[in-house]
Design a protein around this ligand. Structure first.
Ligand code: OAD
Length: 238
């Protein structure tokens, strides 16, 4: 079968590790959020039904921290790729550090902290930027409490088919800072072309998907090197 990849298209697929050096906690590292919180207590529809105040407090803290954080060298390097490539960032992250670093095409598959929405309907979205808290009692026109625009466990991932399509046509794929333990998000990577150059940068990975080259280390150190190589001669520097 002829390759359908576009030589000037890169997909960058990211997780919490790319924002770790901006000071935001990951989920599953030893100091990660899911070691300090029970995810069932704060990140499920059931938790929202039982104690919405607890869920709001958890995400209000995340929103405040994300607002105070700054993009690091890895986010900035990803944005720089747009000088020569069409770059689609597919992120599991709910912060907006990719956008603030300058990336213009960012797909959030697990939602975004800076939006709230009705607890009854998927839209419209209400901007809660600059770290603003969603209060218990903040309601929308239909009278329902506003909730974080976040994909909780048991809910549907966003933009899944669109993300898979982008994977299929990219000639270079860079995965950064994810344990690849959460599905269906991790399934998105399976759609990559066999011909595509595929690199994963992360500190720790239990299982490397077939066809991907694993480079263990810190995103802020390794990603700028790879990007420089792709910008200088189309080859990822070792
Ligand atoms: P995890 O916490 O599962 O994984 C973070 C990954 O980043 C691990 O592989 C770490 O080794 C790596 N890492 C940590 N610091 C790093 C650094 N400075 N440079 C490079 N890599 C580093 O986070 P995710 O894979 O993003 O979903 O988790 C996926 C989903 O699980 C999240 O989107 C969230 C969570 O529950 C929802 O809340 C729906």
């Amino acid at each position: 079968m002829l390759s359908q990849t576009n030589p000037k298209k890169i997909v960058v697929f990211t997780g919490a590790g790319i924002s770790a050096e901006s000071g935001l906690q990951t989920f599953r590292d030893s100091d990660g959020l899911w070691n300090n919180y029970q995810l069932e207590e704060v990140a499920t529809p059931k938790a929202w039904a039982i104690h919405p105040e607890v869920v709001l407090a958890f995400y209000n803290e995340r929103r405040k921290q994300a607002f105070e954080a700054q993009p690091n060298a890895a986010h900035k390097a990803v944005a720089k790729l747009e000088e020569q490539y069409e770059v689609i960032v597919i992120t599991q992250n709910v912060d907006d550090l990719h956008e603030r670093a300058g990336s213009t095409q960012v797909i959030h598959v697990h939602g975004e902290l800076k939006y709230a929405r009705s607890s009854k309907y998927d839209s419209p979205l209400f901007l809660y930027d600059k770290g603003k808290a969603i209060q218990f009692g903040d309601i929308c026109d239909n009278g329902s409490q506003l909730r974080p625009h976040i994909v909780w466990f048991g809910e549907h991932i966003h933009h899944y088919e669109l993300s898979k399509k982008h994977l299929e046509t990219a000639s270079k794929i860079l995965v950064v800072g994810t344990s690849l333990l959460v599905y269906p998000a991790a399934h998105i990577l399976e759609g990559a072309s066999i011909d595509a150059e595929k690199i994963i940068v992360t500190q720790q990975l239990d299982k490397t998907p077939p066809g991907y080259e694993l480079r263990k280390g810190n995103a802020a150190a390794l990603v700028p090197n790879i990007v420089d190589g792709w910008l200088n001669n189309g080859k990822a520097a070792i």
